[in-house]
Design a protein around this ligand. Sequence first.
Ligand SMILES: Cc1cc2nc3c(=O)[nH]c(=O)nc-3n(C[C@H](O)[C@H](O)[C@H](O)COP(=O)(O)OP(=O)(O)OC[C@H]3O[C@@H](n4cnc5c(N)ncnc54)[C@H](O)[C@@H]3O)c2cc1C
Length: 465
Amino acid sequence: MTHPAVIDELMTLVDPGKVLTDPASLEAYGKDWTKHYPPAPSAIVLPKTLEQVQAIVAWANRHQVALVPSGGRTGLSAGAVAANGEVVVAFDYMNQILSFNEFDRTVVCQPGVVTRQLQQFAEDHGLYYPVDFASSGSSQIGGNIATNAGGIKVIRYGMTRNWVAGLKVVTGKGDLLELNKDLIKNATGYDLRQLFIGAEGTLGFVVEATMRLDRAPRNLTAMVLGTPDFDSIMPVLHAFQGRLDLTAFEFFSDKALAKVMGRGDVPPPFDTDCPFYALLEFEASNEDVANDALATFEHCVEQGWVLDGVMSQSETQLKNLWKLREYISETISHWTPYKNDISVTVSKVPAFLRDIDAIVAQHYPDYEVVWYGHIGDGNLHLNILKPDDMSKDAFFASCARVNKWVFEIVERYNGSISAEHGVGMTKRDYLGYSRSADEIACMKAIKAVFDPNGIMNPGKIFAPE
Ligand SMILES: Cc1cc2nc3c(=O)[nH]c(=O)nc-3n(C[C@H](O)[C@H](O)[C@H](O)COP(=O)(O)OP(=O)(O)OC[C@H]3O[C@@H](n4cnc5c(N)ncnc54)[C@H](O)[C@@H]3O)c2cc1C
């Protein structure tokens, strides 16, 4: 733990009352959504300016104190967890939208701007911020950038990385760097902005970000389709992609749907029970597009790939269909799920899922397994639910034993052990399944450049040596 006199010095660097050490704050700010690791930070500091962030970093280097950047704490890999006496740096008071340029379609955000706040700002200006997922009401732009967040619109719009025009960062060394100057074209050597995107706070702090916006989509329309088996989902994707520009293509299993239905506040999509469901979305900008969608649906039924389906006819129906997918994560959190967030190239998904499913059936015969995910991007979320009568520790230990087999398959398919949630602490021991030893050595060398004293989020991405 950090010495009290050193914490007293920290208090002089920020506004009065902006260093918290009470047990409730340490508990709340020391963890993220994973809740695997007991939080144990020394203090929480809430800077208001980027100069204060620089002062905090200089202080941490002077006293060799580890810092954990903290956003909305919705992360699913324990990236924002402070379990070892670190000082948490949280951005609750750096949460303003600073400026908007309607010609460049860019918005300058402080790191603590909540994702939904940026989406709403864009909507209020007739534009669109397309990165979206179930936690967007709490997650922050700084956290989204640090995890290169993906979500439900990646098939059309890509990851957060695509929407970052420029970044201001304070490195672990204390330098303030302005990266890319918001340019579209900039061929002047290494693009350091991209290194900080997805770095999980291990290189420095995102203290300002210029985010791009897009034109608002026209008449978004969703379809939910029930399929007789998993193998039918990819031909359905292929058929729709051949005729429409999809803005989303998600899937979920009957078990996932049953959990959401169990809440009692979402209408079922239709009466037919199906083992798997696809949710797709497109812009029905004119009648031809809607007719194309219906013709493709009929083709899929004729082929036996689809058993039943529904298409939204109103904004309310669109929202209700999305709830079937968007509520899964939050609903199953009741069963303390062990989460895997794995990806392969889209063409490999059917064979990959079959192999993983066989391993899961063999090793988790007594656990409830819930599949869903951003299948149009080759990203599957495998969730193992904790039996009510089992302790959290025993459950996680038994799941961790199976990881080896799951990740061996991921490696064999040239896939990723973390598609979008990040490595944090939960996946750090498995990094070698997705990255070669040479790549990991390069990543560590890059960290040493920006963070020579190792004060930035130690123990995240890389296992402690
Ligand atoms: C219900 C639910 C659904 C989700 N769905 C998705 C999904 O579909 N796609 C997806 O990608 N993710 C999803 N997530 C995961 C999570 O919401 C994202 O990873 C999100 O980007 C995290 O943002 P945050 O602000 O909460 O970050 P935090 O959890 O606070 O932190 C995440 C990481 O970013 C670092 N960090 C935070 N702020 C900064 C900063 N200013 N500078 C440097 N580093 C920083 C932290 O140290 C940590 O390593 C979901 C989570 C939940 C709970």
